[in-house]
Design a protein around this ligand. Sequence first.
Ligand SMILES: NC(=O)c1ccc[n+]([C@@H]2O[C@H](COP(=O)([O-])OP(=O)(O)OC[C@H]3O[C@@H](n4cnc5c(N)ncnc54)[C@H](OP(=O)(O)O)[C@@H]3O)[C@@H](O)[C@H]2O)c1
Length: 238
Amino acid sequence: MEAAELARRLAPQPLRSITSLAGRTRNPANLDGDVRSGGFGGAEGLARYIEAEDVTLVVDATHPFATQISPNAAKAAELTARPIIRLERPAWQKTEGDRWHEVATLEDAASAIPSGARDMLALGRQHIAAFAARHDVHFVVRMIDPPEAPLDLASYELVLARPGKCGDEEVFLRERRITHIVCRNSGGTASYAKLKAARTLQIPVILIARPPQSFANAVGDIEAVLDFIEAHTGLRLA
Ligand SMILES: NC(=O)c1ccc[n+]([C@@H]2O[C@H](COP(=O)([O-])OP(=O)(O)OC[C@H]3O[C@@H](n4cnc5c(N)ncnc54)[C@H](OP(=O)(O)O)[C@@H]3O)[C@@H](O)[C@H]2O)c1
């Protein structure tokens, strides 16, 4: 999301931007600038790519729950002596009326769901296995891409959809008679609507905290990244 916005902001500038995708999303959004896809082969592979493409600086705008690529990017930047900045969307903060139960891991989230719940799982297919043992819960699983195989859940329905606006999310939660939501604290606006809707409907949210990661140079907004690019290139960005 932030990476796409950054690419859009850089498109009219006198520089070349390359957005790197892991290549897992089947229909990625259109992105401005150059786009490449697929793993690099670890930090060393990324370092080779940086040298081969004569990259001036690195912006790590990957998802807060992507725990491998960020240290790889930091290591590659170190190996190639390139400046690096981390763009990370701020985590959501609990506000009055929220019924959040914050947990550290997927497994903790699975344990926190009460027996008999109708639980909305707003998670990708690679995170579902942690809930397989909960035969006493009905899951409403919302995903963007269809899973390749049936999900390993005893009782579930699958909804292929992107997050909606707050009103749509309220309708969704009511119509599916959701009693609990499990999701991750991804931050950003796109998937926050379901949390607002949950507040309105007083539905408890089991919220998985971000994995601990340390970044030497992290910022929360695109303007700070543009300042960083200006400082390291001497360009004046319009
Ligand atoms: N984790 C999430 O919940 C989530 C949610 C939305 C979007 N995403 C995005 O999806 C991508 C993959 O997420 P993940 O959690 O699987 O990552 P990850 O665990 O941090 O990375 C696993 C491996 O995937 C490759 N990779 C990851 N991001 C890449 C990128 N932007 N460009 C090229 N290769 C990349 C790297 O392979 P090599 O070692 O071979 O280079 C990396 O070692 C990330 O870019 C992330 O921003 C993730």
